[in-house]
Design a protein. Structure first.
Length: 282
């Protein structure tokens, strides 16, 4: 899973455009509406448009995506349109054609911020090497600490925000008495592992509580906000809200790209079903 194609890094004049992508891949038995890839159109860190790709799109063999380029965007130094196609599931995807058609030459006024219009961010995040996607969710079951997901590396305008992460207290496929016993055994093993790991951290850091995962709002290696979820609270708290702020100077930086980063500390399995972002104050 990962990027299939990137580019072509072309300057575009103001107007309305349509990307037409011809693609092919093996037929899938999964839900025809389940996202298996994503198409993003960006300029540097600015999101212009995006679309999820489903097995029904693969069967059709072609997808289209309309987007606008405003006068301000076109005149911005360094403006360069690129398309990114990346898979969200283990599938062999072949891109045979990529075309861009100008639908309108009319100047488009700026004002719409596409990143703020995205209702669900989870499918647009990159998964870590030990995480997997299942039924539209991100599942982490590794016995080692690591990154669960990160991204999407978009520019956000200045303002105050709140991100809401929805996590399953227990993986939905861990059912049945036998699985329940195995899961209980896994918890005991995990707690032992966490004790060994946490012994390297001063007691005052977590006050003798065992961290399950850490949520971070990042720009590069600068942490904008963070929150730790602990083992003793994860079954009670299925929703985690993290407020953060993007300053005007941050948003104006050419290399500014906002990133969520979720770090797993232990071996307890958990599942994320949703990530949403709302601007609470401009």
């Amino acid at each position: 899973m990962g990027a299939v194609t990137e580019g072509p890094f072309r300057h575009l004049n103001p107007g309305s455009y349509r990307i037409r992508l011809k693609l092919s891949g093996p037929s899938s038995r999964s839900d025809a509406g389940q996202a298996i890839a994503v198409l993003e159109i960006l300029s540097q860190r600015d999101l212009l448009a995006h679309r999820l790709v489903t097995p029904s799109d693969i069967a059709k063999g072609e997808i289209e995506l309309d987007f606008d380029v405003s006068t301000d965007q076109s005149n911005k130094p360094g403006f360069s349109m690129q398309t990114i196609v990346r898979t969200l599931a283990p599938i062999d995807l072949e891109i045979s054609s990529l075309g861009c058609e100008r639908l309108s030459h009319l100047s488009i006024e700026s004002g719409r911020i596409r990143s703020l219009e995205v209702k669900e961010w989870l499918p647009l995040l990159w998964t870590g090497s030990h995480a997997m996607r299942k039924n539209g969710q991100i599942y982490y079951s590794s016995r080692k600490p690591g990154i669960v997901f990160h991204g999407p590396y978009w520019r956000l305008p200045k303002g105050r925000y709140q991100a809401v992460f929805k996590m399953e207290a227990q993986a939905p496929w861990l059912v049945g008495n036998a699985l329940a016993r195995a899961y209980a055994k896994s918890i005991l093993s995990t707690l032992a592992s966490l004790r060994r790991w946490i012994s390297r951290v001063p007691d005052s850091t977590f006050r003798r509580r065992y961290p399950l995962c850490t949520f971070q709002a990042m720009s590069g290696e600068t942490e904008l906000a963070s929150k730790v979820m602990f083992v003793d609270g994860w079954q009670l708290q299925k929703e985690v809200a993290i407020p953060f702020e993007v300053t005007a100077s941050d948003s104006a930086r050419p290399d500014f790209g906002f990133e969520f980063r979720l770090l797993a500390h232990g071996r307890l399995p958990f599942t994320f079903s949703s990530v949403t972002v709302h601007r609470t104050e401009s």
